[in-house]
Ligand binder design. Structure first.
Ligand code: ZN
Length: 442
């Protein structure tokens, strides 16, 4: 027999969430030292680590491949880099922080004056102790990033700069995990894997997506789920280029980024603005008991830009805590292991569970006894809390085939779970039946 309780996502008890938060934090500790970029071995190593939790297909797309309006760039790898001061002392070493080298730096080994070196040095004068994060993917250049406080100590003289990197034909790799459900329609979860030692942006997104995928893999699913672990911008563009026909199946989607700090949740709606995913996340956050903000779509930010480009216009929003660029630790070495917290990661995963619960359990039903209220007491339904009894009345009254459980949750301001629970009980007593053929497929 059909029961929407089958689509409940377990477990979400406090205890399990605490343990999951610590597990995700440990995963971040493990991935933190890896030097990631939009291509290269750091991404492969990261995807291999994710594969220990999720059945991930790792795709390699050769450099030079045309993808939509872009071309897959040469592959970048780096082994070592340093700067030696005029006395021959190593004053900056890639081994201490992979943020020290501008991502995609071409190889260099030469001696030069401080004056000539300075255009290749990048600092944050307003945050003098932090090392900035910089890249130069599509313009051949090299550079170093360092704390402004250290920069100010540099003396005149001849410096030796060394970057042992390669920029050669190779491939771009990304990870894809597909979890088939009863329906071919898909839920897309996408997160970027191209940042080096930065925790909130975006090891937090990687950790939450990985653990969400792991939880979903172990349960029955109405929808199919596709998880993409992709380098920013070029990653989703590559996936979209090869999967244009598949995009018709994407019914819901979310980009996960910056979900490990203790800031309030921020959801950026899809370009469609009122897609069901936008309504679902708004409802989930509104009933979370936590501070949150809903924002309109803007054409910059994370990879939702590609999924929401006008040709695709997919129902894909972006779930964050403090948005990119709005926390001081953003794109610098202070976005470290102290900045993200196990509890915040667990809270983000919890909201993802709740979002998936709505996606899985949302149906439309028909009240089978719509003339007058059916007598609940004689069916053993007049029990529970006042909220639970109200939920029964809301579901009975609005189950006219044209209102979904999400509609009813929005109308009643009741938590979706309570509404879905009420529907489950009414179904079991024969007071509801399926409203449409599609929901029968589960
Ligand atoms: Zn970033």
């Amino acid at each position: 027999m059909f029961a929407i309780s089958d689509h409940r996502l377990n477990p979400t008890s406090e205890l399990d969430l605490t343990a999951l938060g610590l597990e995700m934090y440990d995963f971040i500790i493990r991935l933190y030292p890896v030097c990631r970029s939009i291509t290269g071995n750091g991404v492969r190593e990261t995807l291999q680590a994710i594969r220990e939790y999720v059945n991930l297909e790792i795709r390699e797309v050769p450099s030079g491949t045309r993808v939509l309006d872009w071309t897959v760039p040469p592959e970048w790898n780096i082994r070592a880099a340093y700067i030696k001061d005029p006395s021959g002392r190593k004053i900056l070493d890639f081994a201490n922080s992979n943020l020290h080298v501008v991502g995609y730096s071409i190889p260099v080994h030469q001696k030069m004056s401080l004056e000539n070196l300075k255009p290749h040095l990048f600092t944050l004068p307003d945050r003098p102790k932090a090392i900035p994060y910089r890249t130069s993917y599509y313009q051949k250049d090299w550079g170093f990033c360092l704390a402004h406080a250290q920069f100010e100590q540099l003396i005149d003289g001849e410096y030796e700069v060394f970057i042992d990197s390669t920029l050669e034909p190779g491939s771009l790799c990304y990870g894809e995990a597909y979890l088939p459900g009863n329906l071919d329609e898909e839920v897309l979860i996408s997160t970027h894997v191209c940042h080096p030692s930065l925790c909130n942006d975006n090891l937090s997104g990687i950790a939450v997506a990985t653990f969400l995928a792991r939880s979903l893999a172990g349960r029955s699913r109405r929808y199919s789920y596709r998880f993409l672990f992709v380098p920013g911008t070029i990653g989703p563009i590559t996936w979209l280029a090869f999967n244009q026909s598949r995009t018709n199946s994407i019914r819901y989607g979310m980009v996960l980024a910056c979900v490990g700090d203790d800031g309030p949740f921020t959801y950026k709606r899809s370009r469609q603005d009122k897609a069901e995913i936008d309504r679902i996340v708004s409802h989930v956050l509104a009933t979370s008991g936590k501070e949150y903000e809903i924002r309109r779509f803007i054409p910059y930010g994370y990879d939702e830009r590609q999924y929401c480009s006008p040709g695709f216009n997919l129902p894909v929003g972006c779930l964050m805590r403090t948005p990119h660029g709005e926390f001081e630790e953003y794109h610098n070495s202070d976005d470290d292991l102290n900045f993200v917290q196990a509890e915040a990661l667990a809270g983000s995963l919890h909201q993802c569970f709740r979002i998936v619960e709505v996606i899985e359990r949302n149906h439309s039903f028909l009240n089978t006894a719509p003339y007058g209220e059916p007598q609940l007491g004689k069916r053993g339904l007049y029990d529970g809390t006042e909220e639970q009894r109200h939920a029964l009345l809301w579901v009975l009254n609005y189950s006219d085939g044209s209102h979904s459980l999400l509609d009813i949750a929005e109308l009643s301001n009741l938590n979706f779970s309570i509404v879905a629970e009420a529907a489950d009980r009414l179904l079991a007593r024969g007071l509801l039946k399926e409203a449409d053929k599609k929901s029968l497929e589960s």
